[in-house]
Structures are given as structure tokens and as C-alpha cells.
Unconditional design. Structure first.
Length: 349
């Protein structure tokens, strides 16, 4: 079992070393990580979002993948109907026994232009950009190499390793992104949106050997869509879809939450509860496609607070080692509205 864990770790590290981006199962509660055009897109003046994800703890224990994100954004009115969005995001990710880590800080700007409708309903087109800096690091002393194993079950940590070609265990790089978003709001409880983003426009060098050929970070293309559709006075559907493609890898998340309005219902509810089922589909290194996980999600909204929890049930071949355990996520949002809130402006994320 220990050997299998090391093999799984090596596989997961190799995927991480190709610099694939972080992902959240509750992508709809991490809007600035999804698309810079979602900066400032809210029904209030400002928003704070916190996300945390832990994955593969059943295999890696204390070395499980840990991902966290904190963001803040606000909108600024321009004329009667348009808005600027200003925001900032800080996130970190740490994976495996060698502490392969990424830490990122970014600023984002957006502009929302109303292209039709009235005060209570309408549709908008939003453009956004993002820029910042990131750091990658790796603890080479914690790695194990094939030359350190004698083939008979023995291990000699002083034997030759494969790190001789690396001359830096951390480095900084700039990172740029851009995105577009379109949304239509029918009333306070019914909306539709679709967007796309292009991350890592500048394709920074990711090599831990400064003297080698460049190992460029793959650009990531994202397409996403969703909405909110009430089926009655107290129940509705909140479907969503996201497709991410980065180099040789792609991932699709799709599903829906069922939303239950509490207290006043559609007449003026300030509380709601959601339960949902989602699926994640991705590709293997051999180009085959698999259903990686089923995702159980929940969300509770109380006035300006939103709390989300999700759990991934692993359905890939790795489930034999994980017993189906994947990862859990916690998400928290708090919106500050104030006096500038004017009618229905955007979908609820």
C-alpha cells in the first residue's frame, strides 16, 4: 500500500508540475477566479469571497492538496445604468509531500455596459482584464528519485538524485488574463448568463532550471454558462456549466442545484437553501475521457451572507485507493449593499 501511495503521489505531482491551474467544484462561488469579467458583477456595492478546498487526504494524509482563495471586489456606478468593477484576488495552492506550491496575487478591472431592457430587467455585456504576480516553489529535498531505490525494496536518500539540473527552488512570474461576460436578468429570481476567459496570456516560463529551454505555462481557455429559473413560488433550478482547456488537459463541470426560497418566498425572500448534484469529466494522459467525480453541493443564503459546502465522490480508477473519497470544499460570501443598490442588476453568484 505504501508503494501504491508513492506511485499515486508521483502521478499527482507530475500533473501538478505541468502547471495546471487550481479548480473549485463550487466555481460559481469563486467568480473572480472564474472570469475577470465577473469583477463587480453583483446586486450590491462590494463582495468578499473565501474558498477552501482539500483533496486526496485519504491517500496523502497531511500532504493532501490544499487550495485557498480570498477575493474582494466592488462596483462603481457610471451614469444611470453602467458600472466599473474593481477587485483583487489572493490564492495559494500546496500539493504533495514535496510542497509544490503556487501563491498568486492579482488585480482585476471590468466595465459593464447595459445593452437593453429597463430598470428591473435587461441584459449587459461585460469586459474584464486581470494582472498580477505569482510564485512557484518546490522542496527538492523531499523528493524521491529512481536512483535512490536499489530495486530490492531498499532506499538510500544519499544516493544520486534527479535534481542536479535544477538551480532554483522558487521563482516569480507575471500573469495576465482577460474575459467577456453576457447576462440577462428577467426579474429578481430569474436570470441567464454566459462568458469566456483567457488566462495566462503572457505564458510565463515555469522551469526550475533557469539555464534550460523555456517551459512555458499553458494558456487556459474557459467557457461557462448558467442561470436561475424559478419553477414556482418557492422552488427553482440553478444550473451551471464550465469547460476549461489548458494544454493537453481539459475539464468539464456540469450540474444543477435545486433552490428553495424560505420566509417570504418570491414575494420577498431574504433566505434560501440549495441542494445539488454535479459531475466532473476530464481526460487522462492517454487521451481517453473519464468521469472523475460526482459532486454533492449545498448552499445557504441569509440576507447578505452565503455559505456553501460540497463534497467530491471519486469515480475514477483511483477510487480503489481512496474508497471513493475525493475532496471537500467550503465557500463563504458576504456582500455589502448600502444605498447605491438600484433595482435588479445581475445574476446571483
Amino acid at each position: 500500500m505504501r508503494l501504491f501511495q508513492l506511485l499515486c503521489f508521483s502521478l499527482l505531482l507530475s500533473v501538478s508540475a505541468q502547471a495546471q491551474d487550481i479548480h473549485f467544484s463550487q466555481f460559481y462561488m469563486s467568480p473572480l477566479n472564474l472570469n475577470p469579467a465577473m469583477t463587480g458583477v453583483m446586486n450590491c456595492n462590494s463582495r468578499i469571497a473565501v474558498n477552501y478546498r482539500s483533496q486526496w487526504a485519504s491517500i496523502l494524509g497531511s500532504s493532501a492538496f490544499q487550495t485557498y482563495s480570498v477575493s474582494y471586489d466592488q462596483r462603481v456606478a457610471v451614469g444611470r445604468n453602467d458600472y466599473f468593477g474593481i477587485g483583487g484576488t489572493f490564492w495559494g495552492d500546496r500539493a504533495g509531500q514535496a510542497d509544490f506550491a503556487t501563491t498568486t496575487g492579482k488585480l482585476s478591472l471590468s466595465y459593464s455596459k447595459k445593452v437593453g431592457g429597463s430598470r428591473k430587467y435587461g441584459n449587459y455585456l461585460v469586459a474584464g482584464v486581470e494582472g498580477g504576480a505569482a510564485q512557484r516553489s518546490l522542496n527538492f529535498l523531499a523528493l524521491r528519485w529512481g536512483t535512490q531505490h536499489d530495486g530490492a525494496g531498499g532506499f538510500d536518500p544519499t544516493a544520486g538524485s534527479g535534481e542536479d539540473g535544477f538551480d532554483r527552488d522558487q521563482f516569480l512570474f507575471a500573469d495576465l488574463a482577460a474575459g467577456l461576460l453576457w447576462f440577462m436578468v428577467f426579474d429578481e429570481n430569474n436570470s441567464l448568463y454566459a462568458g469566456g476567459s483567457f488566462h495566462h496570456l503572457n505564458r510565463a516560463d515555469q522551469s526550475f532550471d533557469s539555464n534550460s529551454e523555456e517551459d512555458l505555462l499553458y494558456s487556459r481557455f474557459t467557457v461557462h454558462a448558467g442561470g436561475e429559473f424559478m419553477l414556482g413560488q418557492r422552488i427553482g433550478l440553478v444550473p451551471g456549466f464550465i469547460l476549461m482547456n489548458q494544454g493537453p488537459s481539459f475539464q468539464v463541470n456540469a450540474g444543477t442545484n435545486v433552490k428553495f426560497l424560505l420566509d417570504g418566498g418570491r414575494a420577498g425572500s431574504s433566505q434560501s437553501f440549495q441542494l445539488g448534484l454535479w459531475t466532473r469529466v476530464s481526460n487522462r494522459l492517454d487521451d481517453s475521457v473519464l468521469t472523475d467525480a460526482l459532486i454533492l453541493s449545498s448552499r445557504f443564503d441569509y440576507e447578505n451572507f452565503a455559505l456553501g459546502f460540497s463534497y467530491d465522490i471519486n469515480t475514477s480508477d483511483l477510487s480503489q485507493a481512496t474508497d471513493g473519497n475525493g475532496g471537500f470544499e467550503l465557500s463563504l460570501q458576504y456582500k455589502i449593499c448600502g444605498a447605491q443598490r438600484r433595482g435588479v442588476y445581475c445574476p446571483t453568484f
